[in-house]
Design a protein around this ligand. Structure first.
Ligand code: FAD
Ligand code: NAP
Length: 337
């Protein structure tokens, strides 16, 4: 059994700002770097992007492969669309800003989501009624067992609500190195259905919004509601919104008359987990330097010197209380390391 010293701090590499040591951080700048890790049999390894969706609960006895693969290039275009190849280590928001600078539509609702482009397909990032799969074309990834590269087209990724094949059976198996997105030259199909977007546009008296207006509105809403990880450690929504049977929803509605829901199908509805947690009185709750954000009960926070295991304990307590009160299982969205 190897006894490798754990000397490298990961504190600056996760948006919760949690302390944890690892064997070392190896910068990955291109596909050849990934292949050489496999050839040299460097292991165990963990793949890291911006660290905005991980919870470090302990030291990590592994080498961390930090994705720094850059580049944004148009590789094909026709009269209506543009196919863009993006290095997986580009920051997602920088890519959104790039698309706006070229007046290309499709990802404007996904403005200001932290993290890298390579992690975006991993949980099929989504916000304000749009998911990255709406613009996704294909990706290239290296199999960390064999070192071979493979192209995955959309139908092979099994995208779902904050879900993909890379978060399920291929978890930790593939290093995503580049992603191709198909963006639209026509900018008339906007997604404004999320209440807050329309309200902000109305307040600004914008009657014919552009993709730039939508992005600005999303950025404004996000800045007003979500804690900035540079100020308070967090990883965004800690739990996914549960999708429940409509019969369970109807029985809960008898007791909790204002419980919100969004229809998913004839038989299922989505219930905002933030509402369930808020009603248990957790909004603003604090203990041991960790807690639940004061404006958004779905976001767990580290006030500075908190420990990952304390955040994990709090998350388990919340899961249990939600189960007891509503008979609903809420599942973490954050990757627990
Ligand atoms: P990391 O945290 O570094 O990694 C996450 C997981 O992906 C890990 O398991 C890692 O091993 C794996 N991974 C990372 N890169 C690769 C790769 N190249 N190949 C294979 N596996 C990889 N998410 C949303 O969906 N919608 C939101 O609106 C949203 N808002 C957020 C707001 C805040 C303030 C914060 C802090 C987070 C938010 N998130 C949101 C969550 C997070 O931003 C996304 O999940 C993002 O895609 C994570 O990117 P990352 O590069 O930081 O991934
Ligand atoms: P919100 O607008 O207060 O709404 C609460 C929840 O209700 C959201 O999570 C959303 O589910 C759902 N919802 C609201 N309007 C909806 C509609 N018209 N149709 C279907 N579902 C609707 O949420 P918020 O916390 O401010 O977040 C706004 C958006 O940013 C959401 O899409 C959210 O997912 C995203 N976000 C994600 C993270 C993350 O870490 N994953 C962090 C911050 C914000 P959905 O989540 O399914 O969209």
């Amino acid at each position: 059994m190897d006894h490798f010293p754990l000397t490298q701090s990961l504190k600056k590499f996760n948006t919760f700002g949690l302390e944890a040591l690892c064997r070392g951080i190896l910068s990955i700048e291109n596909e050849a770097d990934v292949k050489s890790i496999v050839e040299q049999e460097v292991h165990p390894i963990k793949i890291l992007g911006g660290g905005s969706n991980i919870l470090l609960t302990d030291d990590i006895d592994a080498f961390i492969l930090k994705n720094e693969i850059k580049g944004i290039d148009i590789i094909y275009e026709d009269s209506e669309t543009v196919l863009v190849n993006v290095g997986a280590g580009e920051m997602w928001h920088d890519f959104v800003m790039w698309s706006l600078s070229k007046n290309l539509a499709g990802i404007e609702n996904l403005s200001l989501i932290p993290g890298t482009v390579g992690a975006a397909p991993m949980q099929n990032i989504g916000a304000y009624g749009v998911e990255q799969e709406n613009a996704f074309h294909s990706l290239k990834a290296i199999d960390m067992k064999t070192g071979y590269s493979r192209t995955f087209f959309k139908e092979e990724c099994d995208f779902g609500y904050r879900q993909s094949i890379f978060k399920k059976e291929y978890k930790d198996r593939y290093f995503i190195t580049e992603v191709n997105y198909q963006l639209r030259k026509t900018t008339d199909k906007l997604h404004l259905e999320y209440g807050a977007i329309k309200k902000v546009l109305e307040e600004k008296m914008i009657t014919s919004p552009t993709i730039h207006d939508v992005s600005d509105a999303v950025i404004e809403i996000r800045r007003s509601k979500l804690p900035d990880p540079n100020e308070i450690g967090n990883a965004g929504s800690f739990f996914k919104n549960p999708i429940i049977d409509i019969e369970l929803y109807n029985s809960l509605k008898e007791e909790f008359t204002d419980i919100p829901m969004y229809p998913i199908s004839d038989s299922h509805v989505k219930v905002p987990a933030g509402w369930l947690i808020d009603r248990l009185g957790y909004k603003g709750y604090t203990r041991d330097n960790v807690g639940v954000h004061k404006n958004q009960a779905l976001v767990l926070v580290n006030y500075g010197e908190g420990l990952g295991k304390d955040i994990l304990d709090l998350s388990k307590e919340i899961q249990q209380k939600v189960k007891e009160k509503y008979q609903i299982d809420i599942i973490p969205e954050v990757n627990i390391w």
